[in-house]
Design a protein around this ligand. Structure first.
Ligand SMILES: [Zn+2]
Ligand SMILES: [Zn+2]
Length: 342
């Protein structure tokens, strides 16, 4: 095993442009697998690296945490991995094994969790040196370009739904039909829930139904809470939007015992919560991060089995700047993916 020289798209300073460079990728050390990257999703969280919004981030840094590729070389004492295996790496970049959540086996909540593309160089490159403990195996029949977004938006929606406590047949409302929402609707419908999509405008109705939603509510002409109440209230409302103001109605749309699950990070301040629906109806407000490599593998296998796929736009690695700007514009339908190697 030796180092290889290949391309990386790095950021050298907060807010600076992407820079295409040739770099050395070392032979994998203890606990590491070197991945030949085939595709990497471009996620809104990459702006933390690009714009320097993560405390302590060190430059130069290569962003990217939606990585699909092939094992190229394996560090010592990792019998599970062999060159040629298709693997993926998401946001969760391993765990420390000694913090209290790790000691309880809850690796997703590791207090010293490295993050791909933030703590170490990510997938906007030909190769990634990845922590073996964070990898997922990719199922046959799932394209690398589809696997990328499923390793972030996919596992977040899939894993939060399956751990939400909602039971088969329950009413689950997804608010927002963007990068997270278009996957959440598919997972909810394929997961056996009565699936309601809530978005702005009648033009989204056909897409919502195409993704599997049983009911569509246009929040520009209808009162979503009143509409949900008419059908008994939602057992679970999953918010994927980034406006705190725009989800304040949700508690009124919940059935008794229902839960509001917040997956979108509000950009306009804190969510105001009226305590009475919580107290009187035993309702809850909760959040969810994403998942471990094994959770990602479950999400990928479920997607391969049931046909859940992201809607994507692809760009070659050299066009990372265009891809990033397209993602940041909010106009992409719905996830942007870099194609890197074959
Ligand atoms: Zn992401
Ligand atoms: Zn830990």
């Amino acid at each position: 095993m030796s180092s290889v020289t290949a391309r990386a798209m790095q950021v050298t300073a907060p807010g600076g442009p992407f820079q295409l460079v040739q770099r050395q990728f070392a032979a994998p050390g203890p606990g590491q697998v070197r991945i030949r990257v085939r595709a990497c999703g471009v996620c809104h969280s990459d702006s933390l690296t690009k714009e320097g919004q993560w405390p302590g981030l060190q430059y130069p840094r290569v962003p990217g945490h939606e990585i699909a590729g092939v094992v190229d070389a394996v560090g010592p004492d990792l019998p599970l991995f062999k060159p040629g295996q298709r693997v993926g790496l998401g946001w969760h970049g391993g765990h420390c094994n000694y913090c209290p959540p790790c000691r309880r086996g809850d690796f997703m909540l590791c207090e010293n969790q490295p993050i791909s593309g933030i703590s170490f160089d990510g997938g906007y490159a030909d190769y990634v040196l990845a922590p073996a403990s964070a990898l997922a195996f990719l199922p046959d029949g799932l394209a690398d370009t589809d696997a990328g977004p499923l390793l972030c938006a996919g596992v977040t929606t899939f894993n939060s739904l399956r751990n939400s406590g909602a039971r088969t047949g329950d009413t689950v409302a997804i608010v927002g039909l963007g990068g997270l929402g278009h996957l959440a609707v598919q997972y909810a419908a394929k997961g056996g829930y009565r699936t309601v999509a809530v978005a702005r405008g009648q033009d989204k109705a056909s897409l919502a139904h195409q993704l599997g939603a049983h009911i569509y509510i246009d929040s520009t002409t209808e009162d979503p809470a009143a509409e949900l109440k008419k059908i008994g209230g939602a057992n679970l409302i999953v918010s994927t939007i980034i406006s705190a103001r725009a989800i304040e109605w949700t508690l009124d749309g919940l059935a008794p015992g229902g839960k509001l699950l917040v997956l979108g990070a509000p950009e306009d301040g804190s969510i105001q919560v009226n305590p009475f629906p919580l107290l009187l109806g035993r309702r809850t407000v909760a959040g969810w991060p994403s998942g471990t490599g094994m959770d990602s593998e479950d999400a990928l296998n479920f997607s391969a089995l049931t046909g859940v796929r992201p809607m994507i736009e692809t760009y070659p690695l050299e066009k990372a700047e265009n891809a990033y700007q397209r993602m940041m514009s909010g106009k992409a339908r719905f996830r942007v993916v870099l194609t890197i190697g074959t």
